[in-house]
Write a protein that binds this ligand. Structure first.
Ligand code: CS2
Length: 435
């Protein structure tokens, strides 16, 4: 892999999890902010487990095309905010990146399951070996930063989790504490955990997209990314050494991100997961296809009706969001595959659907009508060969041993929340939706 790139931007941001969503979202905001002409922020983008995307990007000077795909056509945007890319699982690479004194921000898209810490992560970090998890690598990189006298920075998780800044802080400090109290203390005083709500529908890039990019921009871009025109970024927290002018290019800075995150997780992501499981069970392939099926649309609308009374927004704001979502999901030029969204349900459903039910129960509203439909479809999905959810392996093994739908429904509810499994009416309602 070449170790230099054509981009002259000074590296001030490290990104962990170089994937499509980061290239369509944070890298695009940074590109727009750099175009304003103030302080320039280059990104050192590190991959997760597989180094392929870093190799592809470095081979083309880290330049790539964002294809903004609207219902009526495509627009190609040249993105140059990545200065360099590297293999994030390689300890020399991530340690050098995170301890670089010029770096003042770390952003991450490590997915919901990326927040799980390995049992031996602390021991490995103490032994100066590379830990297996993404959070472990972050903590190890921060250890090297502390030891080399590096300064403070902001840690900005960009995953679909409630209060993702606080969540990351808890997990990072928990692991750091096991490594050494000195490291935990250093992180506590030097790392500012920022919470964000991120939103932009970004399906996995296909060969057809690579061909479209070449036609749009006239060069053989091997790493384009496709996204819808809509984008939102809501951010809360401190940046000890500054940040790009993201606020001047559409990002919203607020005191508390939680209401926005709930709105997005419960309406968009809860809707997505429901469409994924119900849609797959009805033979559909993409979100837009599911939006052509009245049964799927009615499940989606029920998800929204269940969540609405628990969201701290006026009904008019919720109606505007759901109307926009209806249009966004129906954009048939975006081929967002249901199997992609169906992956890792064991990590996604707790924050997308179960949390809504907890809020409903605590407000005396009872379980919503969409929940048994979505969970029943998930139970069915877990019995198929389309599952991509390593954290659900043992759940699937127990389901395979059970005959009746009622037993399977109860097992899945118990996995999500033991109190839900004690509600016999809910267990039967879920069982009725298992196909
Ligand atoms: C989707 C999200 O794959 C999934 O689980 O629900 O990636 C969704 O497309 C984004 O959160 C939209 O901002």
């Amino acid at each position: 892999m070449p170790d230099t790139t054509g981009s002259d931007l000074p590296v001030r941001i490290v990104h962990l999890g170089l994937g499509a969503f980061f290239r369509a979202h944070q890298a695009w905001y940074t590109q727009l902010a750099n175009e304003l002409g103030g302080q320039q922020w280059g990104i050192n983008a590190l991959t997760g487990r597989r180094p392929d995307m870093a190799e592809l990007l470095n081979a083309q000077d880290c330049r790539y095309t964002l294809i903004e795909r609207g219902p009526d056509g495509d627009r190609g945007i040249d993105i140059r905010s990545i200065a360099t890319a590297g293999p994030g699982a390689d300890p020399d690479t991530y340690r050098a990146a995170i301890s670089d004194p010029a770096v003042g921000i770390i952003t991450s898209t490590i997915t919901e399951k990326g927040y799980l810490v390995g049992d031996d992560d602390a021991a490995r970090i103490r032994a100066q070996e590379a830990p297996g998890s993404a959070i472990g690598r972050l903590v190890d990189g921060l250890r090297v930063r502390m030891e080399s006298g590096g300064g403070p920075l902001a840690m900005v998780p960009c995953d679909n989790l409630t209060a993702n800044g606080e969540h990351t802080e808890r997990i990072v400090l928990g692991l750091a504490e096991q490594v050494s109290p000195a490291l935990a203390g250093w992180i506590d005083s030097n790392v500012s955990f920022v919470s964000t709500m991120v939103d932009r529908i970004t399906p996995a890039t296909t060969d057809a997209d690579i061909a479209d990019a070449a036609e749009l921009v006239g060069w053989a871009d091997q790493a384009p990314v496709v996204a819808e025109p809509f984008s939102e970024w809501v951010v809360a927290g401190q940046f000890p050494v500054g940040r790009p002018d993201w606020d001047r290019v559409g990002a919203q800075f607020v005191e508390d991100v939680e209401p926005y995150e709930q709105r997005k997780l419960w309406l968009l992501n809860g809707g997505h997961s429901t469409l994924a499981y119900v849609g797959l069970s009805r033979g559909h392939e993409t979100i837009a296809e599911a939006m052509d099926d009245p049964a799927c649309v009615s499940a989606l609308q029920q998800v929204w009706a269940d969540a609405a009374p628990c969201l701290p927004f006026d009904q008019s704001v919720i109606d505007e969001a759901t109307q926009a979502l209806t249009d966004r999901f129906a954009n048939a030029r975006i081929r967002h595959r249901l199997v992609q969204i169906a992956g890792d349900g064991s990590q996604k459903l707790p924050v997308r659907l179960v949390s809504v039910q907890r809020a409903r129960i605590s407000q005396g509203l009872g379980i919503g009508d969409a929940f048994p439909v979505a969970i029943g479809a998930w139970v069915s999905h877990l019995g198929t060969d389309q599952v991509n959810d390593p954290q659900a392996d043992s759940l699937r093994e127990s389901l395979a041993r059970q005959g009746s739908k009622t037993e399977r429904a109860r097992t899945v509810l118990a996995f999500l929340d033991s109190s839900l499994a004690e509600d016999d009416a809910l267990v039967s309602a879920v069982a009725e939706n298992v196909v």
